[in-house]
Structure formats: structure tokens, C-alpha cells
Ligand binder design. Structure first.
Ligand code: GRF
Length: 225
């Protein structure tokens, strides 16, 4: 499906070290079992679930939010996919909270036999403890053309910089912030008069096509060399 007001960048030849190779290739009969992690509205999750209504090499079998009342959980409930809200355990010591939270997430992923974790609007920075355990099986989408404009305020930073073009990037997650190997990018024009909301919405439309299709390439073994 063509992506409006956007331009696919030339296909990337992604050469990943063994660190980043999925342990197996998915098939239509035996798709890679995916957990999607969200924090907010989950429009990307909804698009992925819709895409997976046709048999794919990946299937979402668990959704985890970092809040029990994250709006996006409704999409998994509607689709009949198991979902969990796992909030930060405030009862834990302040400096232990992040890893304690990640241990709970890690345990849930294990209980559900998850093979690939797809971050989709998950607004927490994962610690090296978690990343080491999931490296090569941990993917993110970021709403800019990385390595430009990493971080939580990409659209704001793009508009402040006054650049003409932004976009979105699917990448493997490493221990840095928005720094892992890039799997796919599409550029999106910044229009005159754009504000954060209009730019975000236009980029999301592109993300909703790019992310599922990139997961196809990853899970069917077309990316790792
Ligand atoms: C997306 O733009 C994604 O790139 C960013 O957060 C947004 C999530 O939106 N990391 P939604 O919650 O899927 O609607």
C-alpha cells in the first residue's frame, strides 16, 4: 500500500552481528510469538493486530503496558489477545524500581513463550539488564530519521531545528537510546504550518505500514545476514 506524503528510502542492506540475529525464522504455520509493549493509545498496536488478521510470519500473543489503565490495552482486549498492565512497583526501593519492574516484565514474557519483543510507543528506557536478555529479539519504532532526533521529543526537536524532512525508523534495540542497528526508514515531509500534533499524526500513518512490513522481513529471515 503506498504511503501518502512520504518517500521510502532506498532499501537498506542490514548487516547485523550475531548479537542481533533472531534465534529462528518464522513461518505462516509457526509464526514468531510476539509481545507488543505500549504505554499510551496504541494506534501502532491496533495497526499491527489488524495486519496480523491475515496469516503472517509473526503473531502477537501478548500485550504489556506499563500502566494498568493504558488506553491501548483495549485494542488487545478487542482482538482477544492476552494483555497485562504491569505498573512500576512503587513499593520497591526507588533505585531498584526500574529493574524490579523489568524482572516482572521478563517473567511474563517467559511465561508466554515470547520470542520477539516489539516496542510500540513504549515510553520507558530499558536498562542494560533487560536489553542484554532480549538483544536480537527486541525491536523499536522511533518517529524520526535516526540517528537524527533521538529521545522522547522527536517531533518538537524536528520543528525547532526547522528541517524540511522527518520520518520514522525501525531499529533493533541496544543499550543506548534509539541507537541500535537500523532495519528500515521512511521519510515524511515536514509541511509549512505543521505543529507537533499534525506531524505526529502524519508520521504515525506511515509507521502503521512500515512497522508490520519490517517485522515480516525480520521474522521471515530476510534481514539478518
Ligand atoms: C509512535 O509515533 C512511536 O513511533 C512512538 O510513540 C508513538 C506511539 O503511538 N515511539 P501509539 O501509542 O501507537 O498511538
Amino acid at each position: 500500500m503506498p504511503i501518502p506524503n512520504s518517500q521510502a528510502l532506498p532499501a537498506l542492506v542490514v548487516v547485523m552481528s550475531d548479537d542481533f540475529v533472531l534465534p529462528r525464522t518464522g513461518s505462516l504455520e509457526d509464526p514468531i510469538r510476539v509481545a507488543v509493549m505500549i504505554s499510551g493509545g496504541g494506534s501502532g498496536l491496533a495497526a499491527l493486530l489488524q495486519y496480523q488478521r491475515t496469516s503472517r510470519t509473526h503473531q502477537t500473543t501478548l500485550v504489556i503496558a506499563d500502566k494498568e489503565d493504558a488506553d491501548g490495552l483495549q485494542h488487545s482486549i478487542d482482538a482477544g489477545v492476552p494483555s497485562l498492565g504491569i505498573p512500576i512497583p512503587m513499593e520497591a526501593e526507588a533505585k531498584e524500581r526500574r529493574v524490579t519492574h523489568e524482572r516482572l516484565v521478563h517473567a511474563a514474557l517467559g511465561e508466554h513463550d515470547i520470542e520477539l519483543v516489539v516496542l510500540s510507543g513504549y515510553m520507558r528506557i530499558l536498562t542494560p539488564w533487560f536489553v542484554r536478555r532480549w538483544k536480537g529479539r527486541l525491536v523499536n519504532i522511533h518517529p524520526s530519521l535516526l540517528p537524527d532526533f533521538p529521545g522522547a521529543h522527536a517531533h518538537r526537536d524536528v520543528l525547532t531545528a526547522g528541517v524540511d524532512v522527518s520520518g520514522c525508523t525501525v531499529h533493533m534495540v541496544d543499550e543506548g537510546v534509539d541507537t541500535g542497528p537500523i532495519l528500515a526508514q521512511v521519510q515524511v515531509d515536514v509541511n509549512e504550518g505543521d505543529d507537533e500534533t499534525s506531524l505526529q499524526e502524519r508520521i504515525k500513518q506511515v509507521e502503521h505500514v512500515l512497522y508490520p512490513e519490517t517485522l515480516d522481513r525480520l521474522c521471515s529471515g530476510q534481514i539478518s545476514l
